[in-house]
Design a protein around this ligand. Structure first.
Ligand code: GAR
Length: 201
């Protein structure tokens, strides 16, 4: 399946997918292109290094519908089957999500449905919970609300900060995201009444 990755920044999750793919761990996925919405996104350097074509669509001062239409054009031209949101800090329009229904996955740094949105670590620390983690989920037209595919958890200690928590969770993101992409592209995920089941080999 042809896969497009959308990113806004550092791109370490994008890198984890590139690496897993080069190790042969996502055999049914071809990482075809990267789309970024920020010109300084380090994800661009990673794409260049691995000869993955990248497209910059700047989102600042652009209507959401126009931005999404530009993306759709690129995705259609490249016959993309699956979209991976790897630190893509922008909400997609309902129109866009419906075009790729059950074909978009996102990584989020909390145990959803807790702490959706852009400040998951800050809110986790503020709430004083004893556990956090990360979630890969299908994208629907809500914010971080779609069916959950995989989660991994870590303890949150009293002295954790946003930074220490992020550092604890990121390596787990790098494990579960490529895994979820493999399950999806191997057609092993089924969604029934908003819940995901994983088919055995
Ligand atoms: C990751 O921690 C990802 O889970 C988070 O942004 C970071 C991107 O890092 N995404 C969200 O918060 C989405 N709401 P990366 O650019 O190194 O992959």
């Amino acid at each position: 399946m042809e896969v497009a990755v959308l990113a806004s920044g550092r791109g370490s999750n994008f890198q984890s997918i590139i690496d897993a793919s080069s190790r042969g761990e996502i055999p049914n996925a071809n990482i075809k292109l990267l789309i970024v919405n920020e010109k300084n996104a380090y994800a661009i350097e990673r794409a260049k290094k691995h000869n993955i074509p990248h497209y910059l669509i700047e989102s600042k001062n652009k209507k959401r519908s126009d931005f999404d239409l530009e993306m759709l054009e690129i995705l259609h031209e490249n016959r993309i089957d699956i979209i991976v949101l790897a630190g893509f800090m922008r909400i997609l329009s309902t129109h866009f999500v419906n075009k790729y229904k059950n074909k978009i996955i996102n990584i989020h740094p909390s145990l959803l449905p807790l702490f959706p949105g852009a400040h998951a670590h800050r809110e986790t620390i503020k709430a004083g919970v004893s556990e956090s983690g990360c979630t890969v989920h299908f994208v629907d037209d809500g914010v971080d609300t779609g069916p959950i595919i995989i989660q991994k958890s870590v303890p949150v200690n009293r002295n954790d900060t946003e930074e220490t928590l992020a550092n604890k969770i990121l390596p787990l993101e790098h494990q579960i995201f490529p895994k979820a992409l493999d399950l999806l592209t191997s057609r092993k995920l089924k969604i029934n009444k908003g819940k995901v089941t994983i088919e055995a080999d």
